[in-house]
Structures are given as C-alpha cells and as structure tokens.
Ligand binder design. Structure first.
Ligand SMILES: C[S@@+](CC[C@H](N)C(=O)[O-])C[C@H]1O[C@@H](n2cnc3c(N)ncnc32)[C@H](O)[C@@H]1O
Length: 270
C-alpha cells in the first residue's frame, strides 16, 4: 500500500513543504496551532524572562516571545511575512499596557546588515524561536545575531525525530513522511561546530494541537501538505487512514502530536 506514496514527488523538505510562514493561510494556521498547543506554556519557563532590547529573528506573532518579555522590554521583531506583521501590530496596544514597546522590522535576517539604522541593530539579547535558519544556516545566523552584541542568545530548535517543517507530521504513521529523521537541533550543532557551541541545552516536550472545522478540512489539510491531491490512490489511502484514526480517537476534528524542542543558550561575557 505504501507504493502509492513512494511514487509521489512529495518530500517533507521540498519547496512545497516549506510553505508554512510564507503564505497568509499557512501563517494563520500556524498561529492557530500554536495558540491551541502548549508550546508557550511548556517553553516559556525554560526560556525565562527577556529584558531590555530583545532582537527576535523570525518573530512570527511572538507565540512564545510575548510570554517571556519583561515589563519595559523593547521587542525588535524581525519578520518578513506581512500576515505575521499584521498580527504583531495588533499586539502593540495590549503589550504597551505591560510597558513593552513593539517594533516590527519587516525584513529577512539575511538583510539585517543592510538596515539603515544609525549604529546598526543593537540588542541586549537575541532570540530565534522555531525558525528554519537555526538548522539550515546555523553558522551564518549565529554570526548575524552575535554582531548585534547581545549579552545572551537563545534559540528554540525542533528536536523530535519527525520533520521540523511539518508541524502535524507526527499525527500520521511515519511511513507517510519517510521514517524517523535526524532531529533538527543535531544539524544545528553540527553546523555551528565547536567554536560556537551553546553553553546550555535543555530539551522540552510539548503537544502540537489543531482543531479543524470539519473532517473534510482535516483531510484537505493533510492531502495538501503531503502534496498528493493529484495522486488518486495516495489521496484515497490518506483519507482512509485519517478517517480510521479520527474515529478511533473520538477527538472530533482535533488532531494532535507529540513534539520536542531544544532550547539553546549562549551567555557572552559572563
Ligand atoms: C515557524 S514560524 C516561528 C514564529 C515564532 N518565532 C514562534 O516561536 O512561533 C517561523 C517564522 O520565521 C519567519 N521567517 C522565514 N524566513 C525568514 C527570514 N529569512 N528572516 C526572518 N524571518 C523569517 C516566517 O515568516 C515565520 O513567521
């Protein structure tokens, strides 16, 4: 039966599979998913309080960051996606009530050096939570963030043995996404090498959850995400597996899976 999937061109790390964060509907789905999950609840106590000027690379809508900001913090949220930017803007008023200032910087981290700010972008701490460059271009990202002179740097990197760019992959049997993967944070450590090794690493387990309006929406989500809509046999097999799983778990239209994150800390000059 797995033959149908072997014949598709889908791969979890393909361009098609990297859509999350690049399109408004994927951005909205991501934010809904993080709000339903215990991502912030489990990770915020480990990350701790972020004070002073906080440079946040790939800020999204601050699903985690906004729970960590100390009163009086200045959040420099680097985020190229306009949908995420709109969500960030909507946080300005509620966060100002806590004395937190929000600056949305609609830029990619690769372009930060070109920021025309006097003296460049300077921060007391720099964070990158759950964003691809931490395991695709870890050494370059590290250097850019370090150049902003943070006293502390903190990254949250996927650590489950399932794809890092497909949040709900773990809901499906692993044959659907190709079997156990090397956890992303191990690639991070490899790319960083001995010279940039974090001072501390903590592993945190959490659960990713998402509610869909109907079973049909669940099916459509996974069929699109696995890019098998053009493969009748594969799509039918996926529908059957999902229908059995939803029935067995009696969870309505809610899907969930276990996740693990690695929290990487660097403390400079301490
Ligand atoms: C998975 S979300 C994580 C959002 C948030 N940090 C969190 O903890 O939930 C990854 C974010 O990185 C952003 N991103 C993607 N490429 C980027 C780049 N080159 N520079 C800065 N941010 C980027 C995406 O738009 C997306 O909002």
């Amino acid at each position: 039966m797995r033959q149908a999937f072997k014949n598709t061109s889908w791969h979890w790390d393909s361009d098609a599979a990297r859509k999350v964060g690049d399109a408004p509907d994927h951005a909205r789905l991501y934010l809904r998913m993080m709000d339903e999950s215990d991502y912030a609840e489990r990770l915020a106590p480990v990350v701790g309080t972020l004070a002073g000027a906080v440079l946040d690379i790939g800020a999204g809508a601050g699903s985690l960051t906004r729970h960590c900001l100390a009163p009086g913090a200045h959040w420099l949220a680097v985020e190229p996606n306009p949908e995420m930017g709109r969500a960030l803007e909507s946080l300005r008023a509620p966060l100002s009530g806590r004395g937190v200032r929000v600056d949305w910087i609609p830029s990619r981290w690769e372009d930060l050096n070109r920021e025309s700010r006097p003296g460049g972008l300077k921060a007391d701490c720099a964070v990158a939570f759950n964003m691809g460059a931490t395991h695709h271009e870890a050494d370059r990202l590290y250097d850019v963030m370090r150049a902003c002179s943070p006293g502390t740097m903190i990254w949250v990197v996927p650590a489950q043995e399932a794809p890092s760019s497909f949040c709900l992959a773990g809901y499906l049997p692993e044959e659907f996404w190709g079997g156990a993967c090397v956890p992303a944070y191990q690639k991070t450590l490899e790319q960083l090498g001995a010279g940039r090794r974090p001072d501390q690493i903590e592993l945190v387990d959490w659960t990713c959850r998402s509610s869909f309006a109907s079973r049909n929406e669940v099916m459509t989500y996974f069929i699109d995400r696995l890019d098998v809509s053009g493969d009748v046999a594969a799509a039918a097999e996926l529908r059957a597996v999902l229908a059995r799983k939803l029935e067995r778990e009696s969870a309505g239209n809610r899907v969930s899976c276990s996740k693990r994150s690695a929290v990487l800390f660097w403390r400079f000059g301490q």
